[in-house]
Each structure stands twice: as structure tokens, then as C-alpha cells.
Design a protein around this ligand. Structure first.
Ligand code: UD1
Ligand code: CA
Length: 460
């Protein structure tokens, strides 16, 4: 039978070196919070019921960030160290059997593949615990691995407690471990806060296991970047770079063309279909889904939106929380603020803003318009300069435009108002009343010409 695996992610600390009011694990890299990255990786190793997150600082926000993933939470009200963080979870973590993988919420770059290797090595060696380590040129701040001649771990010594000899050790503790759960729980209670910080260091359990006659192994990884912790904002920016780079590489291998990939920003959860082209400096954010054969133009920003196949977003456009159907064309310089649904083959042109608008198939609004809280039918032509007056200072009102309507240039549609199917409105109209289907509405003053006005004015 496979050994059951439990994963605990420690995420209760504040992280003083971030100099932030926000808990460290809630800072973002690669488009999500650090703790989300770690938990998503944990979920690749075991069932959600066996993934636990230790929360403390800003516990509610951490829970919220992880909402919907199914992981359990353990509250560590006072943060008395990484060992204490596990101790408070003793009951919640039962049954205390199989392998217990411990991850730190501030190490977002670890891959599931490396953790699987950790578990495999632990299973193969039969050790009491296996610690992921790496070699650093500058190990300052990290716990140092103290190994015997056979690379068995005898202790992990924290920076503050290390002797000059120990400080010279370049192999560091990543803070990621696989323990035989039963042995960990047998010895964890022996950790004492006998260090300057008065903390219960989880790292001390390694020395305790060794002294009790158990073997602890070190699994050294070559790619130090994968195991580095984030302690300040310089390291946060470094992690963001690594995560962005991983994401664009993954997408390119899946058939997405990305021009100047070092300039684009694509969040972790974004999905993009093959043969789509992403131009330089585009940002594709949140839960955006983009279909096959699309194009996202240079400097455009697409957030939490769904783009079906063949959609073209021309440069400098912004699309937020909207749904765009097949073959529609948006931009350049368009803004789809939120809650829009643009149907197949529609065109939204330059300097056009849409908010909570349903824009029917094949309809066009090519220049300089604001359409808010509007229901626009199919095959509609919205003239340049058309504005829906959807707000009276207190409430928002709806504009309804039937199929095949032609709205002349520079129209002001004072909502609530309706233009019936096949209706026409003259250029420059202010439309305040319902236009019947098929009718032409003229809502402007007739032009008056005063013959010879200039000459008379001069002489008088
Ligand atoms: C820790 C390790 C160190 C290792 C380094 C790797 C210990 C004692 N030291 O040091 O050997 O080289 O990580 O990055 O473990 N946390 C809690 N509750 C607490 C304290 C911390 O949940 O009471 C969480 C933090 O939110 C953080 C993680 O544990 O996500 C690590 O804590 P941190 O204070 O950053 O440990 P380091 O000093 O970096
Ligand atoms: Ca740390």
C-alpha cells in the first residue's frame, strides 16, 4: 500500500523584513499570493483533505486567498516558531501516520516534481526524515546543514546560534522536509526554546531524531532558485521574474506564440489556446481564458475575461471581467470595463468604452463611444460619438437597442430608453423617448440660416 501523505504549509508569520502591514505570504508574485503557489503545489502531491495551512497573522485574509481549494486550516494564535506551528496542529493533523511533508509559505518556487523526488528518496532510504538542501555562495540568514562523513544530518544550526565553523557551511536548509510522521510526533515535544529568539525551532527536531539513533538524510538540489525563501521585496521581485518566465515557457511549449516574452506579464492561472499570438508588453491577468488562434495586441491588458477562438484584441486595449465570443475584434484603444458580453464577429473600435453591456453578434461601435448598462441587438451600427446617459446622479438606467438599428453619429441616448428593431436615429440626436421599430427619430433642433447676417452685422 502507498504511504499516506500529509502536507503542512507554515504561513502564520508576519515577515518583518518585508516592512509591510500585510503578512508576507499574502504578497504576490507571478500573479498570486505566495501561499497560493505553495498550496497549489501541495495539492499536486495529495488529496485536499490532507493539505493543511497553519495561519496566524491576518488569518482571515490567508483563508480567503485560499478559498475553494479544500485545504484545512490550523490556527497558531501566537507565533512561537516553526516547531510550535506544527505542535499546535497535532490534533487537526491526526491520524499521525505515513509521511508528513512540511513546506514554508514563503517558498513559492518549489516544484511538485522536486517534492515527489523528496518523498521517493525518503521512501527508498527508510530514513526518519529527509531535508531539501542546496549550496549557496552566500548562505547568510539560512539554517546550516551539519552532516557527517556519510551525509547523514546530525543537526541544523540557525544563523544566530552558529559557531564560526558552522557559519562557513554553504549547504543550507530549504525549510522543506519529509518526516516519518510517527517519529516526528514522538520527538517534537522535546524541542526547547533555548535560543536568543525564545522560539521553538522545527529544525531542532532533526538533531533530536539523530540523537535518538534515527537517520536523517539531506537531499541536495542544484537549482537553488527553486528552494529560496522570500524574506524581502528584492527577493519577491526575483520570485516574480522566475514565475513569469516559467509561465511563458510553459505556454510557448503548448503552442502559444509570445513576442518578446521577457516583456509580457501572464498570471499563473491564465489558460491560452494554441496558435494564439501575444504581442510585446501585453498583460494577461487573473482567471483569464483565451481560446485558439486569438491575438492580444501590444500593451493590452486582459483581466478575468473569457475570449473565444479567433478573437482579436488590437494594441492598447483594456478588457476586465468580460466575455468575448468567436471572431470579435476589439481596439485599438478600447476599454471594456467589466460585465460585458460581446457576441461573435462584433467590432469595438478605438476610444470606445463598454460597461455592463451586451453587444450583439456582428454589431459595430467603431469610434469614440460610451455604452453603459446597454442591451444592443445584432447587426447594430453605433455611430461615432454615441453616449448612453445611464446615470441620473442617483441610479443607473438601461438602454435597449433592437436588432439592425442604425444609430447616427454623436447621439445622446438618455436612459431608460429603447430603440425598436430596425430603427434609425439621425446624427446629433438626443433620444429621450422610445423609438418604434423601423422608425426614424430626429431629436435635434432644425438648422436656421440667417441670410446676409455678416454684412448686416458689420454695417449696424
Ligand atoms: C527558516 C528555517 C531555516 C531555513 C529557512 C529557509 C527554522 C527555525 N529556520 O528560517 O533553517 O534555512 O527557513 O527559508 O525553521 N512560521 C509560522 N509560525 C511561526 C514562525 C514561522 O507559521 O511561529 C512560518 C512563516 O510564516 C514562514 C515560515 O514559517 O512562512 C518560515 O519562517 P521564517 O521566520 O521565514 O523562517 P526563517 O528565519 O527564514
Ligand atoms: Ca523565511
Amino acid at each position: 500500500m502507498e504511504t499516506p501523505i500529509t502536507v503542512v504549509v507554515l504561513a502564520a508569520g508576519l515577515g518583518t523584513r518585508m516592512k509591510s502591514k500585510r503578512a508576507k505570504v499574502l504578497h504576490r508574485a507571478g500573479g498570486q499570493t505566495l501561499v497560493e503557489h505553495v498550496v497549489d503545489t501541495a495539492l499536486e502531491l495529495t488529496a485536499a483533505e490532507r493539505v493543511f495551512v497553519v495561519v496566524g497573522h491576518q488569518a482571515d485574509q490567508v483563508r480567503q486567498a485560499l478559498d475553494g481549494r479544500g485545504a484545512g486550516f490550523i490556527e497558531q494564535i501566537e507565533q512561537k516558531g516553526t516547531g510550535h506551528a506544527l505542535l499546535v496542529g497535532r490534533e487537526a493533523l491526526a491520524p499521525l501516520e505515513g509521511f508528513l511533508v512540511v513546506l514554508y509559505g514563503d517558498c513559492p518556487l518549489i516544484s511538485a516534481a522536486t517534492l515527489r523526488r523528496l518523498i521517493d528518496e525518503q521512501a527508498a532510504s527508510g530514513a526518519a526524515a529527509t531535508v531539501i538542501t542546496t549550496l549557496l555562495d552566500d548562505p547568510t540568514g539560512y539554517g546550516r546543514m551539519i552532516l557527517d562523513s556519510e551525509r547523514n544530518v546530525t543537526a541544523i544550526v540557525e544563523q544566530k546560534a552558529a559557531s564560526p565553523d558552522q557559519l562557513a557551511v554553504r549547504e543550507i536548509n530549504s525549510g522543506m522536509y519529509c518526516f516519518r510522521a510517527e517519529l516526528l510526533w514522538r520527538h517534537i515535544g522535546q524541542i526547547r526554546p533555548d535560543n536568543p529568539a525564545r522560539e521553538y525551532y522545527l529544525t531542532d527536531v532533526v538533531g533530536l531524531l539523530h540523537r535518538a539513533g534515527h537517520t536523517v538524510r539531506a537531499m541536495r538540489v542544484d537549482n537553488a532558485a527553486e528552494v529560496l525563501g522570500i524574506n524581502n521585496r528584492i527577493e519577491l521581485a526575483g520570485a516574480d521574474r522566475v514565475l513569469r518566465d516559467r509561465k511563458v515557457r510553459e505556454l510557448m511549449l503548448e503552442g502559444v506564440t509570445i513576442e518578446k516574452p521577457e516583456t509580457v506579464t501572464i498570471d499563473a492561472r491564465v489558460r491560452i489556446g494554441p496558435d494564439t499570438v501575444i504581442e510585446a508588453f501585453a498583460q494577461i491577468l487573473g482567471g483569464t481564458r483565451i481560446g485558439e488562434g486569438c491575438r492580444v495586441g501590444a500593451c493590452s491588458i486582459v483581466q478575468d475575461s473569457d475570449l473565444a477562438g479567433g478573437v482579436e484584441v488590437l494594441p492598447f486595449s483594456m478588457i476586465g471581467a468580460s466575455r468575448i465570443e468567436a471572431g470579435a475584434r476589439i481596439g485599438p484603444y478600447a476599454r471594456l470595463r467589466m460585465g460585458n458580453h460581446v457576441e461573435a464577429g462584433a467590432h469595438i473600435g478605438n476610444f470606445v468604452e463598454l460597461k455592463k453591456t451586451h453587444f450583439g453578434a456582428g454589431s459595430k461601435a467603431m469610434h469614440l463611444a460610451y455604452l453603459g448598462d446597454a442591451e444592443i441587438g445584432r447587426g447594430v451600427n453605433v455611430g461615432a460619438g454615441t453616449i448612453t446617459c445611464n446615470y441620473d446622479g442617483r441610479k443607473k438606467h438601461q438602454t435597449t437597442v433592437g436588432d439592425g438599428v442604425f444609430i447616427g453619429s454623436n447621439n445622446t441616448l438618455v436612459a431608460p430608453v429603447e430603440i425598436g428593431e430596425g430603427g434609425y436615429t439621425a446624427a446629433g440626436s438626443v433620444i429621450t423617448d422610445k423609438v418604434p421599430p423601423g422608425a426614424l427619430a430626429l431629436g435635434r433642433a432644425r438648422q436656421v440660416n440667417k441670410e446676409g447676417w455678416k454684412k448686416k452685422g458689420r454695417e449696424g
